[in-house]
Ligand binder design. Structure first.
Ligand code: HEC
Ligand code: HEC
Length: 410
């Protein structure tokens, strides 16, 4: 009896161990299943990963906020919308997303191409349903580093933030115009709020998934402001001297002569003929940012593409940096009319400013003696100016991945 009892106790003990082990096993398996299931549910970036792979990583963002700038660069139109890495990353996605157009065919990047300093090689750019732009697309280089805070050739956008949603609502460009049965910006906001990667990204940046116009504006503007180019031959030289006026040690004699011509105002004979001095480009395109003087009036280019009428309110140019690449290749056509394909062509214009009685907004600096300036450039001076403008071309901005298309397909 005693022995039997002992055996029973032993067997019971064994069974208990087996059962408890099984229990533990079951519990472990269950927990594992729960964990895996929870991982799948709470992976906050599943859709983002599916759309962008490793191109976008919200746990390891690209550096947009602290890129640094040369000590001699001071002009800045940022205002209160300072660049954050996460919002600029959202801006990058929006910039390349064709969903921003009414028929999913056009992104900002369709007209602003990184390989061409974010301009378009076409004279006018293709929008939705065969629409085309009225003016030539502008480069988006160093848009931030300027005193001028208004945007577009005619400065009709009061800020970069306001600018960014204007192409979206333009009937010809991205099409959310509300005209002819097309949706409005609200249609777009609603459309984007249903896309899973935006749900994830808005949630992580803003704490909720609400897609608003203000959020699009600040992130797109931050992305555009992040596009900067300061690795030109000009910058290497400028960093080694105290001001633009002295000869740059890394420049050829031709480039330094071109720089002098660019910086120095011309002297005229009283009849509009230049008799001494330089050619005065710096009076409006101001080194070292090469941003437009906010007070500039028009420069005598008053045409309208495809029309014989004129417009006289185009008083803005993007920075002249990266007008041409470091090897001298122009990025795209020049002026709002795209009427020049070379720097030589542009210089031909400034060499003989047209006396157009219909142009009541020509800048005084271009009609110093009351008539259009005649710079009387020699072929040597023209070559010197072309050589100098070529030194303003950078390299990194054309290839840096943080400004490139993040979509795996699109
Ligand atoms: C269909 C072509 C097209 C699309 C799409 C487009 N742009 Fe543009 N962009 C242009 C043209 C053309 C101009 C000059 C227009 C003018 O001044 O009338 C311009 C001008 C600009 C400027 C002004 C630059 C300056 O120096 O003043 C900015 C900034 C800009 N675009 C950003 C964007 C953003 C952001 C998007 C997407 C939301 C976008 N663009 C979509 C063609 C386009
Ligand atoms: C009075 C001010 C003023 C002066 C001086 C001036 N510019 Fe301009 N420049 C402008 C304006 C305004 C525009 C925009 C023109 C337009 O509507 O397309 C412009 C446009 C340009 C463009 C086209 C930029 C682009 O993105 O397509 C180039 C290149 C240029 N200027 C070079 C020069 C050079 C070189 C000189 C000196 C010979 C010079 N400018 C002198 C005001 C000026």
């Amino acid at each position: 009896m005693k022995k039997q009892f002992k055996i029973s106790v032993f067997i019971f003990f064994l069974i208990s161990i087996v059962v408890s082990c099984t229990k533990i096993d079951l519990a472990t398996v269950n927990l594992g299943t729960v964990n895996t299931a929870m991982n799948a549910i709470v992976d906050p970036f599943a859709a983002t990963r599916a759309a962008f792979g490793t191109n976008i990583d919200f746990t390891n963002l690209s550096n947009y906020a602290n890129q640094g700038k040369p000590a001699y660069i001071n002009n800045d139109n940022t205002g209160t919308d300072t660049i954050k890495d996460n919002k600029a990353t959202l801006g990058r996605i929006l910039f390349y997303d064709k969903n921003l157009s009414v028929n999913n065919t056009v992104a900002c990047a369709s007209c602003h191409k990184q390989a061409f300093a974010f301009s378009d090689t076409s004279l006018v750019s293709d929008g939705v349903f065969g629409g085309v732009t009225a003016r030539h697309a502008m480069r988006l280089i160093n848009a931030r580093f300027a005193n001028e805070a208004k945007f577009f050739w005619n400065e009709r956008a009061a800020s970069l933030e306001i600018q960014t949603t204007m192409p979206i609502q333009d009937h010809a460009e991205m099409g959310f115009s509300g005209v002819n049965g097309r949706g409005t910006i609200d249609t777009l906001l609603n459309k984007l709020s249903k896309i899973n990667y935006y749900k994830e990204i808005f949630k992580v940046i803003y704490g909720d998934t609400l897609v608003t116009q203000t959020r699009l504006q600040e992130s797109l503007a931050q992305f555009v402001r992040s596009i900067q180019s300061f690795d030109s031959k000009y910058d290497s030289g400028r960093a080694r001297v105290n001001n633009d006026g002295v000869a740059f040690p890394n420049f050829t004699a031709t480039e330094n002569a071109g720089k002098n011509l660019y910086l120095t105002p011309p002297v005229f004979d009283g009849n509009g003929n230049r008799i001494a001095g330089g050619v005065g480009c710096n009076g409006c395109h101001r080194a070292p940012e090469f941003d437009i003087d906010p007070n500039s009036k028009n420069n005598g280019i008053v045409g309208i593409i495809g029309s014989t009428s004129i417009e006289t309110n185009d008083t803005r140019a993007p920075s002249l940096r990266d007008l041409v690449k470091a090897d001298g290749t122009p990025n795209s056509k020049m002026m709002h009319t795209g009427q020049f394909t070379t720097v030589a062509g542009v210089l031909g214009h400034y060499n003989n400013i047209p006396n157009n009685p219909a142009n009541n907004n020509l800048d005084g600096k271009l009609r110093a003696d009351g008539v259009g300036n005649k710079l009387r450039l020699t072929p040597t001076e023209t070559a010197q100016l072309i050589a100098f403008i070529q030194t303003l071309g950078g390299t990194n901005v054309y290839v840096d991945k943080k400004w490139s298309n993040p979509f795996l397909s699109q």
